[in-house]
Design a binder for this molecule. Structure first.
Ligand code: ZN
Length: 225
């Protein structure tokens, strides 16, 4: 059953990847068949199996050998894990937050920014989660702004990332949000060290990754929350 849920998750993750990519390219994402960005050939069904196709095709288009971005299988895998966590914990709040994080991560990778509608959606979810405790929201915003004013973060973290940190604190509480941000920063740092040519990286995918790692750890420790 667990494997089954994971596979369903990777399929949904794959659909979400494609959806964001097509919205960004202003294409219809329901009626059109998948095409390769390099040679414009339709991608055969057997090449659309999440994760597995990428491995079997060795990350290249069957026809023109153009490289398929590695975040594709990675995000399918992460969403598989995400769906599994949802199945185990039945926590719809965390699942909606991680699903939105999935969408804005792809957008951040492709365009270096993310649509503010999603950021507002997250803020609304976060405020509902506090039971409309505006004092808590206000205090959290001040903490978020203070974090953004810290010199060493100034150039590293964009404005959208600050919104996200505020949302994380409201949803997971300050301690847990700090753990998530720590995991995210650590993984981003490792990624930067491994790719020493890069100067700027989209940070939201790492926040997404950090949140999933945190949820898995919490689940394995039988709930931090
Ligand atoms: Zn191709």
């Amino acid at each position: 059953m667990i494997i089954y849920i994971f596979i369903i998750g990777t399929v949904i993750g794959s659909f979400l990847n494609l959806m964001v990519e097509r919205i960004i390219r202003k294409e219809s994402f329901i009626f059109e068949r998948s095409k390769c960005l390099g040679c414009n050939q339709q991608i055969p069904e057997y090449c659309l199996v999440p994760i597995l196709s990428y491995i079997l095709l060795r990350g290249k288009c069957l026809n023109c050998k153009i490289k398929i971005p590695s975040y594709f299988p990675l995000f399918e895998f992460i969403y598989g894990i995400n769906t599994l966590i949802f199945y185990m914990t039945e926590n719809i709040l965390f699942f909606s937050v991680t699903t939105i994080l999935h969408l804005i991560s792809i957008s951040d990778i492709l365009t270096k920014r993310f649509p503010c509608q999603f950021s507002w959606l997250l803020i609304i979810i976060a405020i509902i989660n506090t039971n409309f405790n505006y004092l808590e929201v206000l205090i959290t915003c001040i903490i978020g702004l203070l974090i953004s004013k810290l010199g060493f973060l100034d150039n590293k973290i964009g404005n959208g990332d600050i919104d996200l940190i505020i949302v994380l604190i409201l949803i997971f509480n300050l301690l847990n949000a700090s753990i998530i941000i720590f995991i995210s920063s650590l993984s981003a740092l490792i990624y930067l060290l491994l790719n020493n040519k890069l100067r700027i990286i989209p940070f939201i995918p790492f926040i997404y990754f950090g949140t999933i790692v945190f949820l898995v750890l919490s689940y394995l420790k039988f709930s931090l929350y």
